[in-house]
Design a protein around this ligand. Structure first.
Ligand code: FAD
Length: 505
């Protein structure tokens, strides 16, 4: 078996792995990235199917657009990118028609005076009043029910429910009031969501090009089989080339895992976790061995973390169905929570003259066929004959198991640091509070940089990172890299119209 040594080994070439590689290369490290698939990008890339950019995960959209955490990290890394910011707050499909809301005040059109009054009341409670500690851990549905009569405010409740389902793939009962409020504040403070020019594949493609230019070694079709450690210090990985079956041992005192805590833990135990095991979470390999500490909840109990799962439909249409660059939330559907039409921003995502639409819903059962049928019924209900005549469904895919929407649900995320010194986690299982989707992935890389700085400057015990006892202290230190949200008053922009300000870098 061959052996080689690096400064850092990165497991997984998803967005989290690629951003980490780019950052470490900028710091002059010798980096190798290992990816088991034949391509980079993980859930943030696309395949060309019938001339359409069909994404592997994300709907070609970044939550905070050109003012967000990902955008600022890409600019700092000088990675060329362009995000088209939404030109509306959103539109809402309700009462059988689509209401376009340039700003929050325009929700009056479909909420009516009574529900709009309660909307402003909830807005006050979320943004202007300090959240009492007794309300922080309430599930958001219970928090809402405490402040409004949810039965008499159906559209208003659906407003929060559908945004949570589209943005987080969670039900209101699965997110705490504190997390929902923090995330909403960030969504409003940073700016409008944006569509990536060229789609997801263009962005991760640029990152791949950059890391190769900067001298990273990238091994595709290479499966990490085991993470090696001695005396609680990581020493490297055992990797298998899927083409020729050859195994290699790679050494490094820094290993960054972009594959989530469960799969990382399995590799530390010389196991590979399967799709079936992830789906049957309760029977899956226990998480408590090496990373278990990261799953401690405030109350100390250990629970199986919730995974966010969803179902996405790609539709090709001869006619436009959404008249703007933002999200259409669907308040009167049975399953679909929201849709986007990314060709409104970049027509090249579909063949000339065609429009790409993508819908997303939370999987509410294990019956995929039923979920797909309900998605189709929703599309027929919303667009009627137009859907029959002008639209073609390209793909319908469930995201769960090894490929969920989020490996760990918003608000349940784990720490960057593990109990094995030198082994760190990045990616969407490590999103800090308030940072969703790829903004959370970018912020997880910022957290890693902070830790590495602290270690270099001797602020954290041990040569490669402190054991769990000092983790709290580390997390409480003021962060240097973590991009802070813009000032609170910036959210006011949303009252009248979307603060679209597309930026190229
Ligand atoms: C349906 C859906 C819609 C979404 N919509 C959006 C959206 O619109 N906007 C947004 O911001 N986010 C969205 N997301 C979330 C976003 O796609 C993810 O948060 C992000 O892509 C996760 O990146 P990651 O680097 O954490 O993980 P991943 O992309 O999963 O990368 C992990 C990589 O590790 C590799 N790997 C795994 N095991 C091994 C091993 N043993 N050896 C080597 N390699 C390995 C995998 O092949 C993969 O390439 C969506 C996700 C889904 C599924």
């Amino acid at each position: 078996m061959q052996e080689q040594t690096y400064d850092a080994i990165i497991i997984g070439a998803g967005l989290g792995g690629l951003l980490s590689a780019a950052q470490l290369l900028q710091r002059g490290k010798r980096v190798i990235v290992l990816e088991r698939l034949p391509h980079c990008g993980g859930r943030f890339t696309a395949k060309t199917f019938q001339g359409v950019q069909v994404s592997t995960g994300a709907v070609h959209m970044v939550p905070f657009g050109s003012s967000g955490v990902l955008a600022s990290m890409l600019s700092r890394l000088r990675i060329p990118h362009h995000f088209f910011d939404a030109d509306v707050f959103a539109s809402f499909h309700v009462h059988g028609k689509q209401y376009r809301s340039r700003g929050l005040l325009a929700t009056f059109k479909f909420l009516g005076p009574r529900q709009f009054f309660w909307f402003t009341r909830v807005g006050y409670l979320m943004f202007l009043r300090r959240l009492p500690s007794s309300e922080r851990d309430l599930p958001f549905d219970a928090w809402l029910a405490r402040h409004i009569d949810v039965k008499r405010n159906r559209e208003l409740t659906a407003f929060f429910e559908r945004i949570t389902r589209f943005a987080l793939s969670l039900e209101l009962s699965q997110i705490t009031a504190a997390e929902a409020i923090h995330t909403t504040k960030n969504m409003l403070r940073y700016g409008a969501p944006g569509i990536v020019q060229g789609g997801c594949a263009a962005l991760t493609g640029e990152l791949e090009r950059r890391i190769l230019e900067q001298g990273a070694e990238l091994r595709l079709r290479n499966d990490v089989m085991e993470i090696l450690s001695t005396d609680d210090h990581v020493t490297g990985v055992r990797v298998r080339d899927k083409v020729n079956g050859e195994e290699t041992t790679l050494h490094a005192s820094l290993v960054i895992s972009d594959i989530g805590p469960r799969a990382t833990n399995a590799l530390l135990n010389n196991q590979q976790i399967t799709q079936a095991q992830v789906l049957k979470q309760r029977d899956a390999a226990p998480l408590v061995d090496v990373l278990g500490a990261t799953f401690d909840r405030p109350h100390g109990e250990k629970e199986t973390p919730v995974v966010a799962q969803g179902l996405k439909v790609h539709i090709l249409s001869d006619v436009p169905l959404i008249p703007h660059k933002g999200i259409m939330y669907c308040l009167d559907t049975r399953r679909i929570a929201g849709m986007v039409q990314p060709t409104n921003c970049d027509p090249r995502l579909a063949p000339p003259g065609k429009h790409l639409l993508i819908s997303h819903q939370v999987m509410q059962s294990d019956n995929i066929e039923e979920e797909k049928a309900l998605a189709l019924a929703d599309l027929q209900m919303m667009f009627g004959e137009t859907f029959e005549k002008h639209c073609r469904v390209l793909t319908m895919s469930a995201y769960r198991g090894e490929w969920p929407v989020n490996r760990i649900a918003q608000g349940d995320d784990v720490a960057t640091m593990t109990a094995v010194q030198g082994l760190y986690l990045v990616g969407d299982a490590v999103k800090p509070e308030g940072y969703l989707m790829v903004e959370g992935v970018a912020q997880s890389v910022n957290q890693l940089l902070d830790l590495l700085d602290a270690i270099e400057q001797g602020e954290v015990d041990g040569p490669l990172g402190a054991p769990r006892s000092s983790r709290l202290k580390t997390n409480q230190r003021p962060m240097r890299h973590v991009t802070p949200p813009p000032p609170r008053y910036k959210s006011l922009r949303w009252l009248w119209e979307a603060p679209g300000n597309s930026r190229t870098s």
